[in-house]
Design a binder for this molecule. Structure first.
Ligand code: AMP
Length: 282
């Protein structure tokens, strides 16, 4: 497995692979790898001749007072896990090289970023799209894999690809969960044992929402009332948002016609967790 820290070196390596007609699959991550990340890598391994990942905790997608400094990091363990799933190249750029002092450009996707996390984290998606565009320019992949766990992020990246005519296939893959349903996340390590238990309410509430939908309930308000009830029954939870949106535009919907996405962000203690579930007529 190659570990490449320099931007120039990474570009050169990608160019070489492209000249050899190799298909490059790419999984961008912020590290502290878990089964969710590994599932993207396993799929990338199958889809590309070469599997590249990046490990970079991107400062521009964290707001003031958020967890950039304390975000969990363990490069040694990550490299071991990457080796085990058969990653060929790990790109680990430095913050200084990604964002030199004169840096001043960003990519902003307008509408799909406004609702949900865009409300409480107003500059988050600008940070995400900017770093992903940079990583794409450096790694030059043919395809890139993202998790549906970060549904709004995936929708935003797909929009950026279309709008900027980027020639990379974006693959979205299902959320990997713990046995009790909690969506895997690097941030789950923040949870103390009582908080960890309260966190089960997110997925439990999503499943109840889905059940109501399949029983014929089409009113978003009615489904959300039940979802909120389940989450609020836990003492340690504080709902940031619980919404049902159009899966493409991410605008709120009142009546679910053919499909919708239930999206949640819940603070448990100091930890903010997100999750979602697609509602679709069977
Ligand atoms: P992160 O390191 O949190 O920036 O995540 C890197 C990639 O892994 C993103 O595409 C995430 O959507 C994806 N991811 C994170 N958690 C999960 C999960 N539980 N299941 C599937 N994909 C995930």
């Amino acid at each position: 497995m190659e570990i490449i820290a320099g931007v120039k070196e990474m570009r050169r390596r990608s160019e070489q692979l492209r000249m050899e007609r190799k298909t490059i699959a790419f999984v961008p991550t912020m590290g502290y790898l878990h089964e969710g990340h590994l599932s993207l890598m396993q799929e990338g391994r199958k889809m590309g001749d070469v599997l590249a990942i990046s490990i970079f905790v991107n400062p521009t997608q964290f707001g003031p007072g958020e967890d950039y400094e304390r975000y969990p990091r363990d490069m040694k363990r990550d490299l071991q896990l990457a080796r085990e799933v058969g990653v060929d190249i790990v790109f680990t750029p430095s913050t200084q090289e990604m964002y030199p002092p004169e840096f001043q450009t960003s990519v902003e996707v307008e509408k799909v970023t406004k609702n949900l996390c865009g409300i409480s984290r107003p500059h988050h998606f600008r940070g995400v799209t900017t770093v992903v565009a940079k990583l794409f320019n450096i790694v030059k992949p043919h395809l890139a894999l993202f998790g549906q766990k970060d549904y709004q992020q995936l929708a935003t990246i797909k929009r950026m690809m279309e709008d900027l005519n980027m020639d990379i296939e974006i693959i979205g893959l299902p959320t990997v969960r713990e046995t009790d349903g909690l969506a895997m996340s690097s941030r789950n390590t923040y949870l103390k044992s009582k908080e960890r238990k309260a966190a089960q309410s997110l997925y439990r509430s999503l499943c109840r929402g889905e059940e109501l939908f399949h029983q014929g309930e089409k009113s978003a308000a009615a489904i959300l009332q039940e979802i909120r009830g389940i989450i609020e029954a836990e003492q340690l939870t504080q709902i940031d948002y619980a919404k049902i949106c159009n899966p493409q535009t991410l605008e709120d919907i009142e009546e679910i016609e053919d499909e919708g996405v239930i999206a949640l962000a819940v603070k448990i203690g100091k930890t903010r967790l997100i999750d979602n579930l697609i509602l679709k007529e069977e």
